[in-house]
Design a protein around this ligand. Sequence first.
Ligand code: ATP
Ligand code: MG
Length: 356
Amino acid sequence: MADYKIVLLKGDGIGPEIVNQAVKVLDKASEKFNFTVEYDEALLGGCAIDATGVPLPDETVAKCKAADSVLLGAVGGPKWDNQPGNNRPEAGLLGIRGALGLFANLRPAVIFEPLKKASPIKDEIIGGSLDIMIVRELTGGIYFGKRGRTEVDGQPAAWDTEQYSVPEVERIARVAFDLAMKRNKKLTSVDKANVLESSRLWRETVTRISKEYPEVELNYMYVDNCAMQLVRNPGQFDVIVTSNIFGDILSDEASMISGSIGMLASASLSESKSGLYEPIHGSAPDIAGLGIANPLATILSVAMMLRYSLDQPKAADAIEAAVTKVLENNRTPDIYEEGTNKVTCEQMGDLVCEAL
Ligand code: ATP
Ligand code: MG
């Protein structure tokens, strides 16, 4: 029996191309660091609709639940645009997140030294390098609260509710503090406690949990200020923890700091050790099948999987170092700069394996 069982959800568009490269790198890492991996594949998204009529077949849920982790490519594309809302590829994505109880979304915003020029933030503001981890609550808050339509003064009106319970805040806070302990022991909790009651409960709860982590330096920031500080002085942040809606907005903002959508990984974690790992970008139907997609976000998602679910931090570090090294001279078209080699998706995968 293999040490780890990984389910691959290759999905649609560039999904299969980029996952294949990431698997190659994971295989190489397993050789080098002496562990074994067994793979299974399952259908999610448009490919699942084509084969079974639904975006998230029961078989996929069962396989993912039994795995040590799941690696996802990307889902969706124009082919399925006319599907009804609850049968769209994206509904499969929300479905699998719910089925696996993934309440914590980790999104690193990193600037790789060789890609500094691609960042819209000036060198002198970035300073040395940039490595922020945003921890977003993923299954609560206003996106899951009660909502509806009503009438006010004879005019149509609408409402949404933001609600967080103490246990919901406690568990996401613990994920963030645990991460801070593994990194630089610095955590910023982002809320809007000057206005929102749910934010005041959030802040009280984070403060209470912080007593369990006396080594972590905790500070608080209002979300509007945080949005500004991410551009003004991103180097002040290490780990940020925040609610579903604030995390959605801030993590997209932070992703632009790093300059390329093809470079950013993500992890979604549950109460158990297993998680779902995927690039933050979509299925890029415009370049699917051309062999030019950047596989690095998916390869870096594998590094996160090794670090957070499989307890192989050395392998994770080695993959990240290999990526940085390869970037010095080699680029897929999305991050190409004059003076470097323009490489294909597959060549990029091979180069990372070699560097490993
Ligand atoms: P989704 O709704 O699934 O998030 P989207 O339309 O917002 O999809 P993407 O599919 O991420 O966006 O694509 C946005 C742009 O970025 C496209 O032009 C696409 O080709 C490009 N892109 C995305 N991922 C990559 C990648 N890995 N390598 C190269 N280009 C990419
Ligand atoms: Mg998008």
